[in-house]
Design a protein around this ligand. Structure first.
Ligand SMILES: NC(=O)c1ccc[n+]([C@@H]2O[C@H](COP(=O)([O-])OP(=O)(O)OC[C@H]3O[C@@H](n4cnc5c(N)ncnc54)[C@H](O)[C@@H]3O)[C@@H](O)[C@H]2O)c1
Length: 257
């Protein structure tokens, strides 16, 4: 087992990529704390892991709120007897153009998709320093690497996540804190389903998304969890500050013709 003896806190762990990551980490021997705005969902995920013989606890938390984040960190460290891996994964979508996005929604997506990662990392940081190190993993997106029409707030936040990852990696290196992020293409989760369902022709939109990935399909949450597993493991002990793109070739370049 690749995470034997490790303890992980996963935000946004009630659904999608976060749930798959918590599952995979537990399967690989980690004890996990699953934090989510949907506290009941976090409890359900934790119960499912325990039912399979793993160690897991669910926490209700809002990564947009300083006090809630402080309480989340306290409770996770207490429940697991410490935390070695923090996965900053919770985020919200925010479609809209320069003309249509309300000013408050710009602030909201920057806060929940970028500042929240700083908020959670800053709350955990002194504990990682005191413990002699740790691993911080952030969920960015291909939207942080290439621009996405109609997603400028989300894209700007995710680009910020990539740069925040690099800067925190530099700050953390002296303390043994590794900081990395992943940049997924479209992944089949409830967030992606809601995006497609909101389009005029959801099936055509799904087909276009599949076609945009040279490998001809969207990703699965387990495929992102596998990358997080590698980056969290001791095998990645010399990797910090990286943004690992996992996108079926979406950002590799233009297709033939
Ligand atoms: N699905 C995709 O195509 C895709 C692609 C690239 C990146 N991502 C990123 O992956 C991450 C996970 O997305 P997903 O697709 O699994 O979405 P999801 O909606 O299935 O899961 C997101 C989870 O985050 C939780 N959450 C939202 N706001 C929160 C808050 N303020 N505090 C705590 N928890 C909160 C939600 O309750 C939900 O359980 C996000 O960072 C997203 O931006 C997703």
């Amino acid at each position: 087992m690749r995470l034997s003896g490790k303890r992980a806190l996963v935000t946004g762990g009630a659904s999608g990529i976060g749930a798959a990551t918590a599952d995979r980490f537990a399967t690989e021997g980690a004890a996990v704390a699953i934090a989510d705005l949907d506290g009941a969902g976090a409890d359900r995920q934790a119960a499912a892991i325990r039912a399979r013989g793993g160690t897991a606890t669910g926490l209700a938390a809002d990564v947009g709120d300083d006090e809630s984040v402080a309480a989340m960190v306290d409770r996770a460290w207490e429940a697991l007897g410490g935390v070695d891996i923090l996965v900053n994964n919770a985020a919200i979508p925010m479609p809209g153009t320069v003309e249509t996005l309300a000013a408050g929604d710009w602030d909201r997506v920057l806060d929940l998709d970028l500042s929240s990662i700083y908020r959670c990392s800053r709350a955990a940081w002194p504990r990682f320093v005191a413990a002699g190190g740790g691993s911080i993993l952030n969920t960015a997106s291909v939207a942080g690497v290439i621009g996405m029409a109609g997603q400028h707030g989300y894209s700007a936040a995710k680009a910020g996540v990539v740069m925040l990852t690099r800067c925190m990696a530099l700050d953390g290196a002296a303390y043994g804190i590794r900081v990395n992020c992943v940049c997924p293409g479209f992944v089949e989760t409830p967030m992606a389903a809601a995006y497609f369902d909101a389009q005029d022709d959801p099936e055509a939109s799904r087909a276009a998304a599949r076609a945009a990935h040279p490998l001809g399909r969207m990703g699965q949450p387990a495929e992102i969890a596998a990358a997080f597993l590698y980056l969290a493991s001791d095998e990645a002990g010399w990797i910090t500050g990286t943004a690992l793109v996992i996108d079926g070739g979406l950002t590799a370049g233009l297709p033939p013709g």
